[in-house]
Structure formats: C-alpha cells, structure tokens
Write a protein that binds this ligand. Structure first.
Ligand SMILES: Nc1nc2c(ncn2[C@@H]2O[C@H](COP(=O)(O)OP(=O)(O)OP(=O)(O)O)[C@@H](O)[C@H]2O)c(=O)[nH]1
Length: 607
C-alpha cells in the first residue's frame, strides 16, 4: 500500500478510527513510558497478533479486526517459525512523563524481509513506514543493522501502531523503542564483539588458505570453504553484511541466508568426511555423504529463486540430519582409535553448545550473560579455532605415520638387501665350490680318482720351471702294472678296472712326500712326482710303493689277485742340463729295464 492509498483508507475509516483506538485500549495493555523506563523500552508485552494466512487483509481490515477483538496478545519469547502467512501486530504506546521525545521503533533482529508500519501521532497525523531487509538499507532512519524507524512521542502523548510482517526467514518480532543515543550505545559491545569475531574468522580463513596453498591438502580446502560459508552465514544472519557489505542489495541479503546455509551444510559434510578420513574408516557412508552433498549443492540454486523460503527449510532439516550423521561417524571413528575424531567431536560440541545456549538463556534455563547472548559466535569461533589446531595436529599425525612407514620401508629394504647379499654370498660360495669340484674333476682321472695326464703335464711344467729357477731337485717314478693284459683277458675288463682303482689308491696312500703326488699316466701306467727327492730317496719311495701294491691281494669280482708293479726311477738335479722330455725318456727306459729284468722291481735310470 502506498501513501495515497493509506490516506484514502484513513479518510474512509476516519470515523471508525477513534472507535478502533478505544477498543484497542480495551483489547491490549498499552506500553507506558515513564520517567524511570530507561532509554530502551521493550514493546513485546504490548503486542497483539493476528495471523493472515491468505494475505487477505488490508490495513483497514486489520484495524477492523483489532477493533473486533480478533487480535490475541503474543506469548513470551514468541517465535512463529517459517511461514508464508502475513502477521499483523498491533500495540499502543503511551508516554506518560518520559523526557525523550524522539524515538526509534526498532526490530531487534535483522532478517525479517518486510515490515510495514502504520501509526497515528498525538496530533492526529497518520504515518507509514517500511522496514526489513527486502528494502535497501538506506530506508532505515538510522544506519543500524536492526531495522528502525523514527517516531515522535513526547510526554503525555500516545500512539497506536499496526505492523504487518512477512518473511522467508523465521518469524519473530522483538520490538523495542530506543532513544537514538541508546541504540548506538547498546551496540558498542556487540559491534566490538562482531569485529573481533569476523577478524578471527578472517585470520583463520587467510592463515588456512596460506597453508592450503603450501601443502595442497584437500581437507584444508574444505576447511577454508567451511569458514567462508559460515562467515557469510553469520554476516547475513546478523545483518552486518547488509549494513556494511551489500547495503544496496536487499535481493542478495535475502538470497545470502539460504545460500550460506546450503554452503555451510555442504562444506561441513565435505570437511568432516575428509578430516575423519571416512573413505578409509566408513567408505559406504563416505559415498552416501558425497551423493547428499551433490544434491544439496544443486539445491543451492533455489536460493536465487522465489523458492528460497522452501529451500531454507530443506537446508535446515539437512543441517540437522547430516549433523547427526556426521556426529555419529565421528563417534565411531573416535571409538576405533582415530584420535583426530576426538578433536572433531569437541569442536562440534562447542558449536552445538553455542547453538543451544542462546535459546536456553532465552527461556531462562541458564542465566542471560554476554557469553550466552553471543553464544553462537563464541561457539563457532572456538569450533573453528580448535578445528584449525586439529588440522595441524592431523598433519602432524600424517607426517609421523609417513616417517614410520618410510622407516619401516627402509628397514625392510635393508633386511631384504642383507638377505639377498647372504643368498648371493652362499650362491657364490656354492658356485666357487662347484667350480673347484669341476676344476678338480677336470684334473682327476675318472676311473681311478688319481690325477690325470693333464694335471701331470701342468705340474711337470711347473716343476720344470721351478727347477730352472733354482729348485732343481725332483724325481719321477714311472709305475706299470705287470701282466695287466692277462688280468683283463682272464677276469674281464671290469675286473681290470677294479684292479686299476685299487692299485691307484694304494699308490696314492703310500706316496707320502710333501708336494708329491701320483697321476695316471695312461692305460695301466702311473707316474709319481716326488719334489725334493734325489735318486736314492726316490728309489726307496719306489720300493715302498711297489710293496704297498703287492702287500695284499687285490679283490676283484669273486677273487683276489696278487698284483705287482714295475717302477722306473729318474731324478733331476743341478747337474742335469737336458730337457723334461729327456728326463721322461730316462724314466721310461728305467721302467723298461725293470720289466726286462723280471718285473716287480724298482730300477733307477743310469745317467
Ligand atoms: N681294464 C682296463 N684295461 C686297460 C685300460 N687301459 C689299458 N688297458 C689294457 O692294459 C693292457 C696293457 O697290456 P700290455 O701293454 O700288453 O702290458 P701288460 O700286459 O701289462 O704286460 P707288461 O706291461 O709287459 O707286464 C691292454 O690289454 C689294455 O687293453 C683300462 O683303463 N682298463
């Protein structure tokens, strides 16, 4: 209704006006201002209410309804929740002898969208005013976060006031009269507190943003987003944002509340899921929460439409439901021994505690103090501070866990390396042994186990070199089994082999000369190499070998044979100048002579 309409209405209803006023006086207790009333007068006790669900009433009809006694006194701390209804309030204020004349009619909450006022002063002039955050901030009489309008009411004067309230936010009408000075004086503490609060939020936001940029942990991203969303919610809720940040944008003032509630809801859940590591601890719930957040994030778009009222209700229900789910998840994680979950629960409790302290103090359950008055701010500030510390603690835990994992991995690696080294060493040892065996077997005769011809040749070369270099004394024994062909012929080739093995063993056992050895020269012939022995000692050794062979019969398949050997001896010493081949030839000649002279004997070579 514009001013013209109002004037017409007042003209039409002028006759009824006095009657309405008289009835009003009977219907509701007027609020009396006296010398002792102070400079802020609570008008709540004088309010009467009529709900108008269909928005059917105009002001004249509302005055009429008041006159008919259809208004009801409002109850103590009345809150009417979210509603599409129009709410008509009426009251009468009488200034008996209060010295102040100029007053500010103030609605002590900043979220109501639209408050229309009509009143008539002592001189009979009618007035109208519009308040609420659906109107530009400049429409207020004083630039204060609480909607207010100036009202003249001198001593001895009375005024009848009619208000119509309509809002997409929760409906409450905490109405008071202030003297202008008192309105500002009463705001000092609140303003200082708000400065402190938003300063703290901003500091937390910037600090954690810096941490986020440096460590790029998504939990910090959700935390920063949560602090930003919560800050926006408080700015919108307290009217501070409208006062300082967007005074010319009532549209955004009304959008910002559902928008920020939705944002708080989404960021709270994202932060909780990340902070509590729900992907790890409760993966199914983490998935469900992700879907819920996606849905709520999409619903935020409705904050920009005319359904913002309905979406605010949905978000509030979402906050309650998901708040309970997140709390339960934190309890489960904490009970499973995840320590950061305890910090989260404490922080959460601080916020919830702050959230319920205000209504409890409003209902008188706990005393009303500065702490309870600003309990939401205290609770949320404490919550965000603690969460910020908890984030750092969580990083500390993660770093510890990383270091532990790194140490374990290093120890495991070291253990593996040493195991592998041991295995390699054992393999190398086995390989070396195999090589030794291979080398050894390549130098041994396969049948008799004595050194083979290859070894003999290599050794003779070495001995010959040593002899040339100054250790000239050594002897060779050429040993040949007597009539061996007859053994083969009479007892078979296998028996011959057995005989060869036994003779070889007996020769090796008896040849006890340091550095000396017995090798199979070929067929049934053996050679003993005797370093350091001259002809005489070599011949003695030859005798010893000969007797070792013939001392006892050689067992062959089913029989035992007496086996003898003939031995030729040749020595090399400093006097010799011939070659190794010549020495071998001498040895062979000595053997030949031993054979020729009857076998089973030792014959030394004649130089
Ligand atoms: N069973 C067996 N016989 C061998 C082996 N090597 C050589 N012989 C045999 O040794 C015999 C050597 O015979 P001979 O050279 O005639 O010499 P002998 O019969 O010992 O006669 P004297 O040397 O003159 O006493 C041959 O019959 C060869 O076949 C062997 O590894 N195993």
């Amino acid at each position: 209704m514009d001013r013209g309409e109002l004037r017409r209405w007042l003209g039409r209803g002028g006759a009824l006006w006095l009657l309405f006023c008289a009835l009003l006086a009977q219907a509701a207790e007027p609020v009396a201002l006296g010398r002792d009333s102070g400079f802020r007068i609570d008008l709540h006790a004088g309010l009467s209410l009529l709900r108008d669900p269909g928005h059917a009433l105009d002001p004249a009809q509302a005055w009429q309804a008041l006159a008919e006694g259809r208004f009801r006194p409002v109850q103590e701390s009345a809150s009417y929740g979210f509603s599409h209804d129009a709410f008509w309030f009426a009251l009468r204020v009488e200034n008996r002898d209060h010295p102040a004349r100029r007053w500010l009619l103030t609605v002590e909450q900043p979220r109501l969208d639209r408050i229309d006022l009509w009143w008539r002063d002592a001189a009979g002039a009618s007035h109208t005013a519009r308040l609420g955050d659906a109107l530009p901030f400049a429409e207020r009489s004083e630039p204060h976060r609480f909607p207010n309008t100036a009202l003249d009411l001198g001593a001895g004067e009375a005024v009848d006031i009619l208000l119509r309230v309509e809002s997409s936010s929760s409906i409450q009408l905490p109405l008071a009269l202030y003297t202008p000075n008192e309105l500002y004086r009463a705001s000092y503490d609140g303003q200082a507190g708000a400065g402190l609060y938003y300063g703290l939020l901003l500091a937390l936001l910037l600090y954690n943003l810096a941490v986020l940029l440096s460590i790029r942990d998504p939990t910090y991203l959700y935390y920063v987003a949560y602090v930003a969303a919560f800050g926006l919610l408080m700015l919108s809720f307290n009217g501070v944002g409208f006062q300082y940040l967007w005074p010319d944008s009532p549209e955004w003032q009304n959008t910002s509340l559902p928008f920020s509630i939705g944002a708080v809801l989404c960021t709270t859940v994202m932060f909780a899921a990340s902070f509590l590591d729900l992907n790890q601890h409760l993966p199914a719930l983490a998935r469900a929460l992700r879907y819920s957040v996606a849905v709520f994030a999409a619903l935020i778009a409705f904050a920009f439409t005319r359904w913002r009222y309905d979406i605010t209700i949905v978000f509030n229900l979402g906050v309650i439901a998901l708040g309970l789910v997140v709390t339960a998840a934190a309890v489960i994680c904490a009970r499973r021994g995840y320590r950061p979950a305890w910090y989260y629960l404490i922080a959460w409790t601080l916020l919830i505690g702050g959230g319920i302290a205000l209504p409890l103090s409003s209902f008188g359950v706990i005393p009303r103090t500065v702490l309870t008055e600003y309990s939401v701010q205290f609770g949320s500030a404490a919550e965000m501070l603690l969460l910020s510390f908890s984030l750092a603690y969580r990083i500390h835990l993660l770093r510890d866990a990383n270091e532990r994992l790194a140490t374990e991995a290093r120890e495991l690696l070291e253990q593996r390396v040493s195991e592998r080294t041991l295995e390699l060493a054992a393999t190398a040892q086995r390989l070396e042994q195999a090589n030794r065996q291979l080398r050894e077997s390549s130098l041994r005769d396969g049948l008799t186990g004595a050194y083979n011809r290859r070894y003999l040749d290599q050794s003779l070369d070495a001995i010959w070199q040593a002899a040339q270099a100054g250790s000239p004394l050594f002897s060779l024994l050429m040993i040949d089994i007597d009539h061996f062909k007859a053994i083969n012929d009479n007892h078979g080739h296998t028996a011959g082999d057995d005989c060869l093995r036994t003779v070889a063993q007996r020769l090796r056992d008896a040849c006890e000369v340091p550095g000396g050895f017995v090798a199979r020269y070929g067929g049934e012939e053996f050679m003993a190499v005797l370093p350091g022995l001259g002809t005489h000692e070599a011949a003695t050794m030859g005798q010893r070998l000969r007797l070792a062979v013939s001392a006892s019969p050689v067992p062959i398949e089913g029989a035992a044979l007496t086996v003898t050997v003939s031995i030729g001896v040749a020595s090399f010493d400093a006097r010799h100048t011939g070659s190794l081949a010549e020495l071998l030839r001498l040895t062979d000649q000595a053997l030949y002579r031993a054979k020729r002279s009857g076998r089973d004997r030792v014959v030394a070579a004649v130089d």
